[in-house]
Ligand binder design. Sequence first.
Ligand code: ADP
Ligand code: ADP
Length: 230
Amino acid sequence: MTGIQLHSVEKVYPNGFKALHGIDLEIHEGEFMVFVGPSGCAKSTLLRMIAGLESVSEGQIMIHNQCVNNTMPKDRGIAMVFQNYALYPHMTVYKNMAFSLMGKASKQEIDRRVHEAAEKLEITNLLQRKPGQLSGGQCQRVAVGRAIVRKPKVFLFDEPLSNLDAKLRVTMRVQLIDLHNQLKREGVGATMIYVTHDQVEAMTMGDRICVLNRGEIMQVDKPVNLYHQP
Ligand code: ADP
Ligand code: ADP
């Protein structure tokens, strides 16, 4: 079985607060899964545990058939895109995108991947700029580009659009869905997990939606099945 499986996953923070209770979930390979729920329901905690940025207190996280509970973030085949973009301010867009590959691929290969990703995201004309010279939407595209160049099997998005204005948010939603479909067509089939507190965003983006509340899963289903239609 490929994809991601969570078996009875729990999170207890060092202060004793239990943020997640018995989470069982299967995310299929190539699926676009959205975690939605109110602020504080532990969406971000769950995503960070899959990323390896938070330890697992109980249970198991499997990525592509392998238990990753004790695997370093960089060895999980994932890339994460954050709400605040987390770009390096003193580096050009090109360098921001190339950075994680340096020393791991040849200069030509890095150059090829950066230009390929930049074209996909329509930021080729921005490659020589620095983050301070970019708009919020452009920064977010660079952040996505930085994830793409690593060719991860799994993309994790933590409220990536919530700092953008409403109009741009809608545009970027469509672009992320297009990106997912494009990777699928290229046979890469990237699994995407997307965290949001915005129900509309969840409904328009997810192949399936996982609704969380107070650290528990309320429902997991396709958008059309999620709400009762009288
Ligand atoms: P969400 O992403 O859904 O807003 P979080 O995953 O950030 O929720 O937080 C879930 C719960 O865990 C919240 O009640 C939050 O206060 C708590 N929490 C988050 N980080 C810590 C921490 N380091 N120590 C203790 N409690 C935490
Ligand atoms: P390394 O230490 O192997 O050179 P990198 O340069 O790829 O690792 O990145 C440094 C750290 O930051 C690693 O832990 C890596 O997993 C993490 N990292 C870099 N870019 C991303 C990203 N887009 N999403 C998640 N983690 C990232």
